[in-house]
Write a protein that binds this ligand. Structure first.
Ligand code: AN7
Length: 350
């Protein structure tokens, strides 16, 4: 039977009824890639899996939450949706908004969103409003606007977003036959770590897994509010997706960490870029910089990992989202020559 998206697949665990019109782009069902080259390179006697969320229809995990949030907005009779975004949420909101026939407004921090994401939101026909402020300012604004006007907020403070995103954990448990030992995940606004932990707990309580993973949240050093224990007023990082100084789901992220006996740690931009190159060149997997933070986190914490463990890293967004970054940090430059075969062969060193 044709796969028709995660609400259809997991409807018994989601807040929909038989009469709900599902707004879907066939999101979810993403690859869980076994990363043996990476394990060897890190000299880790473990199974590492990469959950490649970049293969969702708009290229990030946000589609999981957005199918649910937009489905419910439509069901509840809303005519418009709004979000603040570092890029991926805006792309997903714009796409699902288009599919549902809703007016979509997205607020972005001017100059700090990757070009792929910006081009998506523009193409899907959203009203794209770039503000002279960061993500945290944009989130404050859309919270206020959605309170005062008939517009549905589709950031992850909307509980339906979390419901949709928890299905990532269901897919991992089904693919591995149990929850992994460690779950590494980037932390920005902290919705996704909240959602995965909820999903793991639900499947555990239903007897579908025998264990729960340790939740290993990874922030970027310049935006590591949870690690540092205070808001960051001017967050910085090359991983613009997680350039967030006041995570909305801060408390829930700490609960996931504490209940799972995991950790929330941070990595430098330099280590994020190292992991970015390593993933692409050893596994053939190009993920955007924010998505490489969990891999950098795994590298940082590898001596604390029990041998023979199963480790899942959530690669939240596609590397094609941020071509500028890829071209800037790729290890091998473009080599130029004439169209003469002799010159080409010479350059190749044959
Ligand atoms: C690739 O798009 O917040 O901790 O506005 O795009 O659930 O916020 C994006 C976040 C990780 C962090 N990886 O997830 C937005 C936005 C990528 C992301 C995160 C984001 P949360």
């Amino acid at each position: 039977m044709r796969y028709n998206g995660l609400i259809d697949k997991y409807r018994e665990y989601l807040p929909v009824s038989d009469s709900t019109e599902i707004i879907t782009l066939c999101e979810g069902n993403t690859p869980l890639i076994k990363a043996d080259n990476l394990a060897r390179k890190l000299e880790l006697d473990c199974e590492i899996y990469l959950k490649y969320e970049g293969s969702n229809p708009t290229g990030s995990f946000k589609d999981r939450g957005m199918t649910m949030a937009v489905t419910k907005a439509k069901e509840e009779g809303s005519h418009a949706i709004i979000c603040a975004s570092t890029g991926n949420t805006s792309a997903a909101a714009a796409a699902y908004g288009a599919k549902a026939g809703l007016k979509t407004y997205v607020l972005i921090p001017d100059g700090y969103i990757a070009l792929g994401k910006l081009s998506q939101a523009m193409m899907y026909g959203a009203r794209v409003i770039a503000i002279n402020g960061n993500f945290d300012n944009a989130l404050d604004a859309v919270r206020e606007i959605s309170k005062n006007y008939p517009i549905t907020l589709v950031n992850s403070v909307n509980p339906y977003r979390i419901e949709g995103q928890k299905t990532g954990a269901f897919e991992i448990v089904e693919a591995l036959g149990d929850a992994p030992d460690y779950h590494f995940i980037p932390v920005g606004n902290a919705g996704n770590i909240t959602a995965y932990w909820k999903g793991y707990k639900e499947f555990f309580n239903l007897g579908k897994s025998k264990q729960l993973p340790k939740m290993m949240g990874i922030q970027a050093e310049g935006s590591a509010a949870i690690v540092k224990g205070h808001k960051i007023d001017a967050p910085q990082t090359i991983a613009t997706a997680i350039r967030i100084g006041n995570p909305a789901s801060w408390k829930q992220a700490e609960a996931a960490r504490d209940e799972s006996k995991g950790t929330i740690d941070m990595v430098s931009d330099e280590k994020i870029i190292e992991a970015y190159n390593l993933l692409a060149s050893t596994e053939g997997v190009l993920a955007e910089p924010a998505s490489c933070a969990p891999v950098a986190g795994l590298i940082k914490l590898k001596d604390t990992i029990k041998p023979k463990s199963k480790i899942v890293c959530i690669l939240t967004g596609n590397g094609l989202k941020d071509p500028d970054c890829a071209i800037k940090y790729a290890k091998s430059p473009v080599e130029k020559t004439t169209s003469d075969i002799k010159d080409i062969v010479k350059l190749m060193g044959l």
